[in-house]
Every structure is written in structure tokens, then in C-alpha cells.
Write a protein that binds this ligand. Structure first.
Ligand code: HEC
Length: 244
């Protein structure tokens, strides 16, 4: 709380007395006429004597800056809840920024998005566990398609363009070949998806759902190939380096 030194009070009283605004016993509003009889009393005169003790300099006012420095609360009370909430606000703010951050434009992220938004998920299950369409996870899709390219053709074609009765992928698939038309009809995606999106969703199925194991070099090669097809930043025309 504010602490005003006694001598300042005294100095203030002194000046108000001089202006006739304060009687000597400290009561305000006396005026010169009221102050006069009080001054006559020796008892009431005692504080006046004390007030003009040598260490007080009643005529020299403090500068406005000094006065406000003295009368100001050193730490305002409202700062306490603010200080308390500041880190919480900062943390929340950073969280919000992170939530707003765009998902990195990688082939696998792109593939996950394509898988979720083109009904692959509704026929094959969100995690590839199977449904109307075959199970893709736990290595199943890799048994049908040991290599990437026939898988791209299959996704682009679908059952009809592939040809009912033809083996889907490996005719020597462990446990027996999958034959087009045997299970149901899968639509082809050559009209709805770009080449780079078909490549991205195939990678997602193989690497993310089916658990294909690759070396860092193989992954780097696939990333480059995806970019050559037009995937990734800006969706441009690739590097033109003939890769893939
Ligand atoms: C309307 C349901 C449906 C949709 C949508 C669908 N599929 Fe299929 N998928 C099937 C069916 C049914 C088969 C088997 C085809 C057959 O029997 O001719 C299949 C087969 C496959 C196979 C071969 C699996 C195997 O082991 O034989 C893959 C890989 C595949 N789908 C991936 C995809 C991807 C990727 C998408 C999305 C871009 C997709 N599918 C969308 C129903 C669907």
C-alpha cells in the first residue's frame, strides 16, 4: 500500500495552515477567522512548533515526478492474475499456431488424404482391414502386388478395364490368386485421380497400411519419382531430369 512519509503530511498541513484552510488542531475548513483563536491556545500551538523543526523544509515542494513516485502503488494488484495467466495464454497460443500449421506436403500425407477422400477407406476400411474390397494391411496388398507398377495400373483401371477373370497382380499369390470380378467391382481412378495422386495413394497403401520395408535410398527414390509426376510443392512439372 501507499506509504506517505509523515513529514509530507506535515508539510501539507503546514501549507494549508498558511492558506488558512486548516486549523491547528488538524480540522479542515476553519479559515483564518477560526484559526486565530486556536493559535491563541498554547496546547494547540505545540504541533506547530514541532512542524517547523529544523529538518523540515516546508517551502520546497517535491517535483511532480517525485510526488507520483511516492504516491504510486509499487506493484499494482491486477498484475498478479495477469502474471499468473501469461504462461497459460502463451502455451495455448503456441498450440493454436501449431494446429494451424499446414500438414507437410509429402507423398504419404497426400496418399492418406486421397485414401480417405476417394472411398478407398469406405470399401477397404480406414486402416485397410478390408470390407467390400480386400484387406490391404498386414502385408496383404504386398502379396498381391510385390512391385509398385502393376498396382498403379490396377488402381487406375479398376475391375472392368482390368478385365473380369484376369488375376489381380501376382498369379502365384500365396494362398491363391485374386481374380478380378470374383469379389465385387472396384471402380477405376484414371479419370478422377492424377498420376501423382495414384502414386501417392499406392505408396500409402504399401508403406503405411501394408508395412512395406524400404531403405532410406528407396524412399528417397520414390519421393523424387512422386515429384517428377507433379506431386509436392507447387504441383509443378517435376525436375525434368528423367528420373524414374
Ligand atoms: C466401391 C468399393 C471400392 C473402392 C471405392 C475402392 N476399392 Fe479397391 N477394391 C475393391 C474391390 C471389390 C476389390 C476387388 C476387385 C474385384 O474383385 O474385381 C478391390 C481391390 C483392390 C486392390 C487389390 C487388393 C488385392 O489384394 O487383390 C487394391 C490394392 C485396392 N483395391 C486399392 C484401392 C484404392 C487405393 C482405392 C482408392 C483410390 C480403392 N481400392 C477404392 C473395392 C473398392
Amino acid at each position: 500500500m501507499t506509504e506517505v512519509p509523515d513529514y509530507l503530511f506535515e508539510r501539507s498541513r503546514e501549507r494549508r495552515r498558511a492558506l488558512g484552510l486548516l486549523s491547528d488542531d488538524g480540522e479542515a475548513g476553519g479559515g483564518a477567522a477560526a484559526a486565530a483563536p486556536a493559535l491563541a491556545s498554547p496546547v494547540a500551538a505545540a504541533p506547530v512548533a514541532a512542524a517547523i523543526a529544523p529538518h523540515v523544509e516546508p517551502t520546497k515542494p517535491l517535483s511532480p515526478a517525485a510526488q507520483s513516485a511516492i504516491s504510486r502503488d509499487k506493484v499494482p494488484m491486477w498484475i498478479l492474475p495477469v502474471l499468473f495467466l501469461l504462461p497459460i495464454w502463451g502455451f495455448t497460443y503456441v498450440q493454436l499456431l501449431e494446429d494451424d500449421a499446414p500438414i507437410p506436403d509429402t507423398a504419404l500425407n497426400r496418399g492418406a488424404m486421397v485414401f480417405a477422400t476417394n472411398q478407398c477407406a469406405s470399401c477397404h476400411g480406414g486402416t485397410g482391414g478390408g470390407g467390400v474390397g480386400y484387406q490391404l494391411n498386414e502385408g496383404e496388398a504386398l502379396l498381391t502386388f510385390p512391385t509398385v507398377d502393376p498396382m498403379l495400373d490396377w488402381i487406375a483401371s479398376g475391375t472392368e478395364a482390368w478385365g473380369v477373370g484376369n488375376a489381380i497382380g501376382d498369379p502365384n499369390r500365396p494362398g491363391g490368386a485374386h481374380i478380378a470380378g470374383d469379389r465385387a467391382v472396384m471402380p477405376g481412378f484414371s479419370q478422377t485421380l492424377s498420376e501423382s495422386d495414384i502414386y501417392a495413394v499406392a505408396r500409402f497403401v504399401r508403406e503405411q497400411l501394408a508395412g512395406e520395408e524400404l531403405t532410406p535410398e528407396q524412399i528417397a527414390d520414390r519421393d523424387l519419382h512422386w515429384e517428377d509426376l507433379g506431386g509436392g510443392g507447387g504441383g509443378g512439372g517435376g525436375h525434368g531430369d528423367g528420373h524414374g
